[in-house]
Design a protein. Structure first.
Length: 188
């Protein structure tokens, strides 16, 4: 077993969602995704939104028993800050000629303002994807700036700055096995 850097733990005020609780959430989401797509005649493509959703996507993928393919998009809206800039930048796009024949499931770590997934969903629908659904581990509707509700959601969280299990602050804390609330003095 590897040793985590204690400072990563100490920078969290408290654990909001334990590793065990994350596992339960991912189990439930996987069952919902499985039930939704199991009878679809089309190929299912999980589109992993890099970087934060990687741990969630990997755990979700392991629990699905239906055929699923992977694609990746890299989209940013935060930069080095703690609040969304409102603009999204796509630095790795999804380029496929068969969108009209496939079901897309966008995988995100957290929905905050809702702008990123809302814009990506519109973009991929405008490219004539057969279907586009969204899946997030965490939802923070108190911060929503656009009318958007994810199709699959692990849990709603309060308006706290959370890190761990893929979620970061300045590229740190992604490797925490739990979701913790970052101490304000770390990002102030």
């Amino acid at each position: 077993m590897h040793q985590q850097t204690p400072a990563l733990y100490n920078d969290c005020a408290y654990t909001m969602i334990s590793a065990e609780e994350i596992s339960v959430l991912v189990d439930r989401i996987a069952a919902e995704v499985q039930a939704t797509y199991q009878d679809s005649p089309r190929r299912l493509i999980m589109v992993v939104i890099l970087k934060g959703s990687m741990p969630f996507a990997a755990e979700l993928l392991k629990r699905l028993t239906l055929p699923v393919e992977l694609e990746f998009m890299k989209v940013s809206s935060y930069g080095a800050g703690t609040k969304s800039s409102g603009e999204i930048k796509i630095s790795l796009d999804l380029v496929r000629d068969d969108l009209q024949d496939i079901d897309l499931l966008l995988i995100e770590d957290i929905v905050d303002s809702g702008r990123t997934l809302s814009r990506l969903t519109d973009l991929l629908r405008n490219r004539n994807a057969h279907s586009v659904r969204t899946c997030t581990l965490l939802d923070k509707p108190s911060r929503r700036e656009v009318d958007f509700t994810p199709d699959f959601c692990g849990t709603v969280v309060p308006d706290e700055f959370v890190v761990g299990f893929g979620l970061d602050y300045n590229e740190k804390y992604r490797n925490l096995p739990f979701i913790g609330v970052l101490k304000p003095e770390i990002y102030s």
